[in-house]
Write a protein that binds this ligand. Structure first.
Ligand SMILES: [Mg+2]
Length: 185
């Protein structure tokens, strides 16, 4: 199978990384559990525009922090060993510095990353998934899930506080080790 894997919120706890970096930048002590929205703006009292600008300023730092999700690398390596192809498909912007930090992070955290299986700037993940011929997609963000569902790409939700009320009935994992059973089915 060709397996599409998002990065932020799917194999990395980006939500937690972002709260850490925002707290430092804004000298606040917001707890990650308090931020139930996908965006951090409301928790920090930022307007949408302010939030967007701050994210742009801090994203490189957020992406470079550790925090891989437990067992994600181990399970993806095992799937690759079994003969599946893994593609990292992220909407992170394709700027040089962001791409560099993303590649470095994947390597450092021992993901099955091989130069040509990272697709940056994937705003429309369903389109990319179709082009590659993805058989199964792992994603956390409601906005991207909508498109994947619309285009009928078989998709699994990686559980997060901000997607618990996602209206479409998709398979959901809370731990990457659940993927073995799911793939056998
Ligand atoms: Mg994501």
């Amino acid at each position: 199978m060709k397996i599409g894997v998002d990065i932020d919120g799917t194999i990395k706890d980006t939500h937690r990384a972002a709260v850490e970096v925002y707290n430092e930048e804004l000298d606040q002590a917001v707890r990650v559990e308090e931020v139930t929205d996908f965006y951090l703006d409301e928790a920090y009292g930022l307007s949408k525009k302010e939030g967007k600008m701050l994210w742009r300023k801090l994203e490189e730092k957020i992406y470079s922090l550790g925090l891989p999700l437990p067992h994600a690398a181990e399970v993806l390596n095992e799937l690759e060993k079994q003969g599946h192809e893994i593609y990292f498909i992220t909407a992170r912007p394709g700027m040089k510095n962001i791409e560099k930090v993303t590649r470095k992070w994947l390597k450092k955290n021992h993901f099955p990353y091989k130069e040509n299986n990272l697709i940056m700037n994937s705003q429309n993940k369903a389109k990319i998934a179709k082009e590659i011929g993805i058989d199964l997609f792992f994603e956390d963000a409601p906005f991207h899930l909508d498109k994947l569902v619309e285009e009928e790409i078989p998709t699994v939700i990686v559980d997060a506080v901000y997607n618990r009320n996602y209206p479409h009935p998709l398979k959901r994992i809370k731990d990457w080790r659940e993927v073995y059973n799911l793939i056998q089915k």
